[in-house]
Design a protein around this ligand. Structure first.
Ligand SMILES: Nc1ncnc2c1ncn2[C@@H]1O[C@H](COP(=O)(O)OP(=O)(O)O)[C@@H](O)[C@H]1O
Ligand SMILES: [Mg+2]
Length: 306
């Protein structure tokens, strides 16, 4: 197994690091503002980055996002301009090699500070909120639902995009108060449409798309949202194998749930408290996580890049 790429140090301006991606400013071929987004092999859970990476994860995420951006290109505009690192000026051969398959040259857009989440099933923070209040983000749900149950209809559950700390589920009205009612109505419609279409596509491939998260951006002077960040990846979505779906507990998954389950064992044993720094994942957890991401990529896109 090759080494994980944990971070990059490219000769480009204004590097900033998210939990998984390194971003740089770069001019696009037409002279407009762009960002180079590099998906590293970092993995985060509970909003904390783990001590080691999952080698090749960034390449898989990039392949999956790129696939979906193209798949939905006639439905919605996206930020991706090019993926070939050879188009980037001023990089050494080694730097280009590091970026192969994991860099996206994108339009730099003003990111709407709301995470747009669609849920067709009850899981994660939705399940937690439901247990506490019978509702998720102000959307009341029938009583008696179990962890992993299918919802009567897909719900839109926005969250704040916290700069540091945890994203917080908020009511639609709160999101509208922050960024505007008209924009949120449009984002809700886009989120539910894309989720519906991708769910049907995934279902044909034996995958339940339980929920997913989008980020949208706005170009200067335009009111029409553009898809940014990543879409329908195992980092931004819950993917469950349809043939083992069994409501009433944690589902088997092709996503980060496997890592979360391992970490919950550490927490229960008093060996971690969900704050930074994240622990080192043991080799079998790394290997099993990678296998799940590969399986998701294979089933959804029909191939794996590594
Ligand atoms: N086209 C874009 N223009 C500007 N910022 C973007 C664009 N696409 C994604 N981003 C931002 O890049 C960051 C991606 O890095 P990531 O590691 O996923 O961050 P996070 O820890 O917030 O999940 C996010 O903050 C996202 O909002
Ligand atoms: Mg992210």
């Amino acid at each position: 197994m090759s080494d994980a790429l944990l971070e990059t140090d490219l000769p480009l301006p204004n590097r900033r690091q998210g939990k998984v991606r390194d971003l740089y400013d770069i001019e696009l071929p037409d002279g407009s503002a762009g960002v180079l987004i590099v998906a590293t092999d970092r993995i985060s859970a509970f909003d904390v980055v783990m001590g080691n990476g999952v080698p090749g994860k960034g390449v898989l995420l990039t392949r999956i996002s790129t696939f979906w951006f193209e798949h939905f290109a006639d439905r919605i505009d996206h930020h991706l301009v090019a993926t070939d690192p050879d188009l980037l000026p001023g990089l050494t051969a080694a730097q280009r090699r590091d970026l192969q398959g994991r860099s996206m040259l994108c339009r730099k857009l003003e990111v709407v500070p709301i995470e747009c989440v669609a849920r067709g099933y009850l899981a994660g923070s939705g399940w937690k909120d439901y247990q506490r209040s019978g509702a998720v983000c102000g959307v009341a749900l029938p009583s008696g639902l179990r962890n992993g149950d299918r919802l009567p209809e897909t719900i839109f559950t926005p969250a704040t995009k916290a700069v540091t700390g945890h994203d917080e589920n908020i009511a639609f009205e709160d999101a509208a108060a922050r960024v505007g009612e008209g924009l949120m109505v449009r984002l809700r419609q886009l989120t539910l449409d894309l989720y519906g279409a991708a769910s049907a596509y995934a279902a044909e491939r034996g995958i339940i798309l339980a929920d997913t998260k989008f980020e949208f951006g706005l170009a200067p002077g335009s009111a029409e949202p553009v898809l940014v960040d990543e879409i329908f990846t195992p980092d931004s979505s819950r993917f469950w194998p349809a043939d083992s779906w069994q409501p009433g507990g944690e589902q088997a998954s092709f996503d980060k749930q496997y890592v979360r389950n391992y970490l919950e064992e550490l927490v229960a044993a008093g060996r971690w408290n969900k704050t930074a720094p994240g622990p080192e994942l043991p080799p079998n957890v790394v290997a099993n996580t990678l296998a799940r991401y590969r399986e998701a990529c294979q089933r959804l896109t029909g191939s794996v890049p590594l």
